[in-house]
Structures are given as structure tokens and as C-alpha cells.
Design a protein around this ligand. Sequence first.
Ligand code: NAD
Length: 424
Amino acid sequence: MHYIEPAPIADKENPLESMMSRFDEAVRILGVSDEMYQILKVPARQVIVGLPVTMDNGKIEVFEGYRVIHSTILGPGKGGIRFDPAVTLDEVRALAAWMTWKCAVVDIPFGGAKGGIACNPRNMSAGEMERLMRAYASAMQDIFGPDKDIPAPDMGTGPREMAWLMDEYSKSKGMTTHGVVTGKPLVLGGSLGRPEATGRGVMVTALSGMEKLGINPYKATVAVQGFGNVGSWAAKLLTEKGSKVLAISDISGAYFNENGININEAISYRDSNNGSLEGFIGASKMVAEDLLFLDVDVLIPAAREDVITAKNADKIKAKMIVEGANGPTSAKADVILNAKGILAIPDILANAGGVTVSYFEWVQNRMGFKWELDRINRRCERALKNAFDNVYEISQKHGVSMRIAAYIIAIDKVATTYKYRGGY
Ligand code: NAD
């Protein structure tokens, strides 16, 4: 086996810097030239727009909107639009790069992009949100395009906002253009299977990991942090495969049942309780952070970034971590998990089911044809299984973690494609 001494991991716990330190390590193992390093690192395009919007009180507020296209080497830019008070250009830049690697790992012909507006959707009316999204879509009409850059929802945005974006873009071009955005409502060219796609990918990669570790899915125990879209679908689909989910959590706390939680009941309860598990009687409440330290086979962080860090990684007892969330594990925690022999299936592989079905949505829009649900699910599962097998093979070949292997595959693919396409 070809083994390369790991580079010292910088003392960084910020998820985006953590991502860059993995990128640097993969680049070093691949032996990428300095020139190529710069090509892969520097975003292809960065756009900043000022967006004056009349608020409900009659006053005009000016928002700053960003769109960063990190790379179009593999295809048009692809990535969500984030509405959040903490959005900065730096954050959008890093998230755009993340999308480049994610699309490359699952072998879909998209580059990476991300957009964002610093605003607080929780304090905005539907009318204010609509005016802001339409102003953004209009300002970006020459950036977006089904063959140029295809946005999608991210934090603070959803199908409603994507419908406004699609409508505004279509008006500016004088023709209905479904394929300019994904994550749309079903009636507007959205895809079947999109809501569960990320959880489905988590389930597929978790089962693949269990196979490698010799864990029987019918006997496997699971803990899931975050019971939103990704966490609840992952829990539901794994339960359907025979695994037992012992613990789930959301912002209201963590819930444990040693006999296994009835996930359908938990989902119905959450949906009837304003999205919260507070008061759920199918399990008893436990200390929220302790969910991460349960003695289970599979731990699925599916809430937010930076929850497994150098401060708590040594307490983790799970045999396997499947990253539903983006950036839940810091680079320093990786070192501890690797030393403990815990298999971590990285975010850019484990949660790539979402962008895979977004790609299917775009394909359907381009064809003007709707696929059946079982076709979408089958293709999504096959894409994730193939991606897992490739990443596992490279991790064995180079003697590195699955995370570094995923970056190696992604960077190698983008760099090789660049060489074929050529530069100036
Ligand atoms: P969501 O808003 O539907 O759910 C988030 C869940 O996490 C909620 O249940 C919330 O209560 C819970 N939560 C928040 N803070 C918590 C905490 N400190 N402890 C425990 N639970 C907490 O969001 P989502 O779409 O499921 O996304 C979750 C993660 O997955 C994010 O990191 C997101 O970037 C990533 N992701 C989502 C998708 C997708 O298709 N939705 C795709 C790829 C990656």
C-alpha cells in the first residue's frame, strides 16, 4: 500500500477552514502543482449586488447579495442561496468550493456555486421576502441560467423562494425557464423524491459502511442528531431497512428509547407540534450532547456544523459516523476519530443525495418530462452507492480516511478535466 505521512493539521476548528485543511492535504497527496492549486482554489466569479427593497413600513432597506461561482470546469455552477444574518462573502466563497467537490464526488456534471444575502428571514414578512428574492433574481439575471449557474434552496430559503426566482428570471428572459433553479414546488417542475433525497443518500452510505464493518443492518443501532429534513428521513429510511434508532434530537432536546423509537410516530408528532419534538412521549429525554456519546453502531449528525470537535471526539463510542449535516466534524476531531478507528463517512459524500436529485430535477426540466418516483430513488441510490465504493477504494489505495479520499477523487477529477479543457 502506498502510504503518505499525514501533514500536521492546523489548529483550526472553524468548519470552513477545516474544509480547506482537508483540501490542502488531498492536494498534497495527489501531488497537484502550485499552478493547479491556485486554479482550484480561487473562485471563477464573484458577484456582489446592492438590493434596495421597500419594507412593509414603507422604508427602503438596502441588502447586499452575493453569488460566488467557484468552478465551472465540470459544468454550470450549482449551489444554494442562503438567507441568514451571518452571511458573508467569505462564507459564500467557501460554501461554493464545497459544492464543487460534492458534485465531483457523486459524478454529476456541475461545478460549484453558492449565493447569499445577509438578512433575517425570521423577522421578514412573506411580501418582504418576495421583494428581496425578486430583486436578487433580477440583479443576477445574467449570472444565472440553466447552462450557466443553477441555484437551489439553502438555509432560510425553500421551494417558495425558488418559485419566485424562477418566475423573475423567466420574465427577464421573456420565456418560462424551469431549469434555471432546482428545489422548486412540484407543480412548477420540482422533482419527486427531492424532499427525502438527502436522507436517502445518508441511508445508502450508512448501509454501505455497515457492510464494510460487518455490521448487520437488522441489528444495527443508530443515534440521529437533528430531526429536520435530513435527520428524520435518514432515521425513517434506516428503520425501514431494519435498524433500530435509539435516540433522536432537535433544538428542544434529545430523546432516548432503548427499545428503539417509532420514527413514523416521532415525525407525525413533530409535524403536529409546530416542527418540534418537545413533549414527545415515545422516548425519554436525555442530556442533548450525550446523544453524541451513545454506544451505538451508527451516529448521524444531521443538525449543524462543528458539533464533533477536538473537545469531545474522544468520547464518541459509535463505530461509524455518517455526516448528514455539512461540516459537523472539525479537522482536529478527524485525527482523534481516525486514531480510534471510527469510520467517518464525510459530508461531501454522505449528504450528496440532495444535489444528485437536484441534478435529476434539472435533467427532467431540460427534457420537459417527469420521471416516476421509483426511477428517481433507484438512480439516486445507485449514484450514492457508486460514489461510496469509489471513495472507499481510494481510501484503501492511499491509506487515508474516507474524507481525504473523497477530496482526492474530487480534486483529481476537476484537475484532470481542466487539463483536457485547457486554459489561456
Ligand atoms: P432542518 O432545518 O430541516 O433541520 C435541522 C434540525 O436540526 C432541526 O430538527 C433542528 O431543531 C435541529 N437542530 C438545530 N440545532 C440543533 C442542536 N444544537 N442540537 C440538536 N438539534 C439541532 O435542516 P436540514 O435541511 O435537515 O439540514 C440539516 C443539515 O444538513 C445542515 O447542515 C444542512 O446544511 C445539511 N444538508 C441539508 C441538505 C438538504 O437537502 N436539506 C442537503 C445537504 C446538506
